[in-house]
Design a protein around this ligand. Structure first.
Ligand code: ADP
Ligand code: MG
Length: 400
């Protein structure tokens, strides 16, 4: 999908409304992880350099249309100020006369952050009045929030009806890299799929099956696949209502000549919290009352060999319950192998990104997607409302 970007328009002295995803994890000590803020810096810095008036907007958490004091964006403005080395003013609301007054006082190169969009119910209902009120603040709209673009919200979809709209650099990168996986991946191409949310990932596997050479299965996903092939999987996480779908998917993979790699051995336990010890067994030997917690060493070796052949690898979903050190080896080894490949390596998914980051390997990947649900929906081939709206609107934008 081609969308125009901030580089295609004249932004100097313009009021530019930038939708970012600053939905950062907050703890008692403030922001726990500022990755999402850092990810938007290229767009923000570019706009400052071009002497635009930068009006940032984001959601934080789920305030459900009301003001929730703990979900104010002021701490985010504070962190962003530090990262930019210049003051970012935090406004008390995101629409209305007071905000309009503040914005009209901005000078070229200034940056403000509007208050949490979701304090207004019109954000999530994509209310045209709310979208209109937001758009009144600006001359141009920039969407740099790929990870929120699977939501048809006012700041994502509604505003594109009222303002010339283009993509920011983070959005552009996500679309280029993820779009590249679907359109023209360098082959051989493998998708490694694990994690717990089986049904959420089957759509990705189904859509990507036509482009990959191998589907590599681990994590909680593995039990559903193994059970669909007739293995006993004890009390492992299984989505029983998906067994037929999984059988059909395996059949599709076979007919497309895609190798479907399932674990040969697994680490099992009677309790996934790590309190009950573990054993490593072949997949045919999982006793009742035990659950798969990680892929085993033979499987790690098999998967490593397969990945070593690849020129493109996409990974979503941990290979085991990596939060428990005893069950973290599969995830750690796959992350390590990927970090050393001379291949395009793309990682997506909340837990997967967390695992890769905590291993210090994020910088070793070609791309770490900022989207969780949005990345999966995109790779499932579903049109994302925000991307469709942006592409439609950006076609109406004339080059600078
Ligand atoms: P992501 O956020 O990367 O898309 P998911 O949300 O689907 O991944 O799944 C992440 C969770 O999957 C982790 O909390 C991990 O502990 C869990 N998990 C991985 N393997 C298993 C397993 N064999 N059984 C149960 N849970 C698992
Ligand atoms: Mg998750």
């Amino acid at each position: 999908m081609r969308t125009k970007t901030v580089k295609d328009i004249d932004v100097t002295s313009k009021r530019v409304l930038v939708r970012v995803d600053f939905n950062v994890p907050m703890g008692p000590g403030g922001i726990r992880d500022d990755t999402r803020i850092r990810a938007c810096l290229p767009t923000i810095r570019y706009l400052i350099d071009k002497r635009a008036r930068v009006i940032l907007c984001s959601h934080l958490g789920r305030p459900k249309g009301k003001v929730v004091e703990s979900l104010r964006l002021a701490p985010v403005a504070g962190r962003l100020s530090e990262l930019l080395g210049r003051q970012v003013k935090s406004l008390k609301d995101c629409v209305g006369p007071d905000v309009e007054t503040e914005v009209s006082a901005m000078r070229d190169g200034d940056v403000v952050l509007l208050e949490n969009l979701r304090f207004h119910p019109g954000e999530e209902t994509n209310d045209p009045g709310f979208a209109r009120a937001l758009s009144r603040l600006a001359d141009v709209y920039v969407n740099d929030a790929f990870s929120a673009s699977h939501r048809a919200h006012a700041s994502i979809v509604g505003v594109t009806r009222y303002l010339p709209s283009v993509a920011g650099f983070l959005m552009e990168k996500e679309l280029t890299v993820l779009g590249g996986l679907l359109e023209n991946p360098e082959k051989p191409f493998a998708a490694v799929i694990g994690g717990a949310k089986v049904s959420g990932k089957l759509g990705v596997m189904e859509n990507i099956a036509t482009g990959v050479d191998a589907l590599i299965v681990g994590g909680g996903m593995a039990a559903t696949f193994l059970k669909s092939e007739g293995y006993g999987v004890g009390k492992s996480l299984v989505e029983d209502d998906r067994l037929q779908y999984v059988r059909d998917l395996s059949e599709k993979a076979r007919s497309l000549d895609v190798s479907l790699l399932l674990p040969a051995d697994v680490v099992i336990t009677e309790n996934l919290d790590g309190s009950a010890g573990s054993r490593t067994v072949l997949v045919g030997d999982i006793p009742d009352g035990w659950a798969i917690a990680d892929i085993g060493p033979v499987t790690i070796a098999n998967y490593t060999r397969e990945l070593g052949e690849c020129k493109t690898v996409f990974w979503n979903g941990p290979m085991g319950v990596f939060e428990v050190p005893e069950f973290a080896a599969g995830t750690r080894e796959i992350a390590t192998v990927m970090s050393t490949l001379g291949a395009v390596t793309v990682v997506g998914g909340g837990s997967t990104v967390e695992a890769v980051s905590s291993l210090g390997l994020a910088d070793k990947m070609t791309h770490v997607s900022t989207g969780g649900g949005a990345t999966l929906e995109f790779l499932s081939g579903k049109p994302l409302p925000g991307i469709t709206a942006l592409a439609d609107a950006s076609r109406r934008v004339l080059p600078a």
